[in-house]
Design a protein around this ligand. Structure first.
Ligand SMILES: [Zn+2]
Ligand SMILES: [Zn+2]
Length: 290
């Protein structure tokens, strides 16, 4: 499933974050404004033939192969450049955003081939290539990724919508995104018994996934699947796998207002990443006997 949160939903999420955790108020409001720009952007133009008919066979999904690979997504980069220009102008209006805007200016001045390479490094999660580009541009890698993510958002959401229309996700049991292959960072629980969905950080698709199963390594041993909760953080929990050392930040939508807005919810739960990293440092994963 993929659906674009409305401007109203973005605004109410920003207000809820501010109320819940004032430390994130300013950054949430800023990101809300940037997300609003992605909603207002001109629609992207995707290639008319995505080869969906051949990709849509049940065997492909049953074999755990996503419809596209993170490095070969057909996106409208011209539209993304236009939107990135607007995002850069918005960044420049923020006192601490001047340097970010200069870095984005350098990215926008790059030849199309280089721009494509930087986009591919982001989509494929190639940390080394991301760090190299970020250094060249004078940007912090997370900032570079955030702006690329926002600039590509209309294309990614349009692609996900085209791919998911009429697609039966029933055979899909894998832990990565069925559309673009990216691993999730966020999960949500909803409905009776708290059914779990995983959320793609790239194209915002959500898909159901069994609760007692690590999406990263398939581990189903209850004693190796750790849940951490914190006082005063009702509705939020960490699901950590003691076998592979990966984790999900989980939002319980039975007590928190939805929808999950991956780019925003991921940023305003940054403290949970610190808790998870700390836990894994103190409880290192034991090497598995094969
Ligand atoms: Zn995806
Ligand atoms: Zn695992």
């Amino acid at each position: 499933m993929s659906s674009q949160p409305s401007l109203e939903q973005i605004k109410s999420k920003v207000a809820a974050v501010k109320k819940r955790n004032p430390a994130y108020g300013e950054v949430a409001a800023w990101l809300g404004q940037l997300l609003a720009l992605t909603l207002e952007a001109a629609p992207p133009c995707l290639p008319p033939d995505l080869g969906l008919a051949e990709r849509r066979t049940g065997q492909r999904l049953a074999a755990g192969r996503s419809m596209f690979e993170p490095g070969d997504l057909p996106l409208d980069l011209e539209q993304a450049r236009g939107l990135l220009t607007q995002l850069k102008e918005r960044a420049a209006q923020r006192p601490q955003g001047r340097e970010q805007a200069q870095g984005l200016e350098r990215l926008l001045a790059a030849v199309p081939e280089r721009f494509q390479e930087v986009v591919n490094a982001f989509l494929a999660g190639d940390r080394q290539a991301q760090a190299q580009a970020a250094e060249e541009l004078g940007l912090a890698p997370p900032v570079q990724n955030l702006f690329l993510r926002l600039a590509l958002r209309p294309s990614l959401l349009a692609l996900a919508q085209m791919v998911l229309e009429g697609l039966d996700l029933a055979p899909w049991t894998a832990g990565h995104c069925p559309v673009c292959g990216t691993s999730p960072r966020l999960a949500s629980l909803a409905g009776e018994g708290g059914r779990r969905s995983l959320h793609c950080p790239t194209c915002e698709t959500l898909w159901p996934h069994r609760r007692l199963c690590c999406p990263f390594c398939g581990n189903q041993e209850p004693e190796e699947l750790v849940v951490l909760t914190a006082e005063g953080q009702e509705g939020y929990r960490l699901d950590i796998c003691r076998r592979c050392g990966q984790y999900l930040k989980t939002l319980d939508l039975r007590s928190l207002a939805g929808p999950v807005i991956p780019v925003l919810d991921d940023l305003v739960t940054w403290h949970m990443d610190l808790v998870a990293e700390n836990y894994l440092e103190e409880n290192p994963v034991a090497p598995q006997a094969s």
